[in-house]
Design a protein around this ligand. Structure first.
Ligand SMILES: [Zn+2]
Length: 482
């Protein structure tokens, strides 16, 4: 049996250290006020303080550095209009004596534009309750009751609590799709600033300084950036397509109700200021550091395209980091993937083509061109492949392309590539460590009678060299769907 369990994903370790140092999300100069919770199935949404983190991306429980603790309870009721005493409902969930008052859900302007009747629909009833150190907002809607419960409130956090409670939104509907008001406005070409007020993207100036970015929201992402405003929506649409494609190959039972935080800066200096000198940041084909992700805050950071010549790179970087984050959030619990596999998968999905009717795999042509030159010059692979598989070696800039080439080969070696990829995910979702799941799905059958993979790896090394030099690796992947 080969040694296959020792590995710990280098970038994950570093990211956690960064978080442990208190750096969750953006730096102080780049401080957004709110993050977004949006449960499409329940039809409920709210915003909460930016410096908060999500212990489990699929469970509605949030902790905040500012001392707020939030919980959300939802329950379906058959006859909502008959429920007139909030305590009867509340007692099932939280102890304590609350003073209640009914409030007008439809009241409000500015940030509460979502409450207008033409968007929210009719029949929404809201209550607010207060107890020592706690506040609750309860909303009856569509035969449901949802409660946002805030605890750990004191004088210092009361304003934050108020803002949070006021933001509780019943999703409205556009063309039959239930969504947040902010998503509907974003899809109409509007952007909003720190004050939460929308402006037509065409009339908005290009930049209000990098500390005050424009924001937009799509179904699963909350974007902030200094990009030309009209491109923010193009990025969001692309990333939604990548997410759909990831879900197609790596299915999950439900999408996280917490919107992912996507940050785009314009210059390398802004990117560095925002991200700090984060050592795990990704590199592009020529080694420029271009993006990174933070699993604790479900955030991606990248540079927008700086010149027309580099147009499209931001889309690659976003998709690359999104793949890492998706796999970390939904694919495994504690054990991570070897670096080559993690990067190989990120390069595989970074080129997702979302412009056609169905998303499909594209090719990292620039990376492969450089890899081919490298192979031909040196007459060998960047590293012996056994180094990646057995020794979990760190990877160089060319290693990204080599990892992709390895994956491309494994997925194309027979007609079972698609089935293997799905099996790998299924095993990982069932709790198997990522390293073992991949080994079982792709390598186990190549072991010899002594359960040794080394002879096969040595042969694969030669084959991969030819595979890259002959150009077979630049044939687009067409994997069999289920
Ligand atoms: Zn990466």
């Amino acid at each position: 049996m080969v040694v296959y369990r020792k590995h710990m994903h280098t970038s994950l370790v570093i990211v956690l250290l960064v978080c442990a140092g208190g750096k969750v999300g953006c730096t102080e100069e780049y401080q957004l006020p709110d993050r977004v919770y949006c449960d499409h199935a329940a039809g409920i949404s709210f915003t909460y303080p930016y410096q908060s983190f999500v212990p489990d991306p699929c469970v509605a429980h949030i902790r905040s550095q500012a001392g707020l603790r939030l919980n959300l309870y939802g329950k379906t009721y058959e006859h909502v209009p008959d429920v007139t005493v909030p305590e009867q409902v509340l007692r099932q969930f939280i102890p304590g004596v609350y003073r209640w008052k009914e409030c007008d859900y439809y009241e409000g302007t500015g940030r509460r534009s979502f409450a207008q009747k033409k968007w929210a629909g009719l029949g929404i009833i809201a209550y607010e309750g207060r107890a020592a150190g706690s506040r609750v907002r309860m909303v009856f809607h569509h035969q449901r009751v949802d409660m946002l419960v805030l605890s750990g409130i004191n004088k210092d956090t009361d304003t934050l609590a108020e803002r949070c409670l006021q933001s509780m939104e019943v999703l409205g509907s556009q063309d039959g799709v239930r969504m947040r008001y902010n998503s509907s406005q974003s899809s109409e070409g509007q952007v909003y600033g720190h004050d939460g007020i929308f402006v037509d993207a065409k009339e908005a100036p290009l930049s209000r300084g990098w500390q005050e970015p424009w924001q937009i929201e799509s179904a699963h992402f909350h974007f902030s950036g200094i990009a030309p405003t009209h491109t923010l929506w193009a990025y969001a649409t692309h990333l939604e397509g990548v997410l759909t494609f990831l879900q197609q190959w790596f299915p999950i039972e439900q999408q996280s109700p917490y919107k992912w935080e996507i940050h785009l800066t314009k210059t390398l200096q802004q990117f560095r200021d925002m991200s700090g000198e984060v050592p795990n940041a990704a590199h592009d084909a020529i080694g420029i550091r271009t993006g990174f992700f933070n699993p604790m805050s479900m955030a991606l950071y990248t540079l927008t395209d700086r010149q027309p010549k580099t147009t499209g790179h931001a889309r690659l970087h976003l998709a690359h980091e999104a793949t890492h984050l998706y796999i970390l959030l939904f694919g495994q619990s504690s054990q991570s993937l070897p670096v080559w596999l993690s990067e190989g998968l990120a390069v595989l999905f970074e080129n997702t083509v979302t412009s056609s009717e169905k998303p499909h795999f594209g090719l990292p042509r620039r990376r492969l061109k450089i890899l081919k030159m490298y192979y031909k010059q040196r007459q060998k692979t960047v590293k012996p492949l056994a180094n990646y598989i057995l020794d979990f070696a760190p990877i160089s800039v060319q290693g990204y392309a080599e990892s992709y080439a390895m994956l491309h080969y494994l997925l194309s070696q027979d007609e079972k590539g698609g089935a293997r990829l799905r099996l790998f995910w299924k095993m990982m979702r069932s709790g198997q460590a990522g390293t073992d799941a991949f080994y079982d799905a792709f390598f186990r059958e190549h072991e010899d009678e002594k359960h040794d993979i080394r002879p096969w790896l040595a042969r694969w090394n030669k084959k991969l060299y030819t595979y890259v030099c002959s150009g077979k690796v630049t044939k687009a992947l067409r994997l069999q769907e289920e």
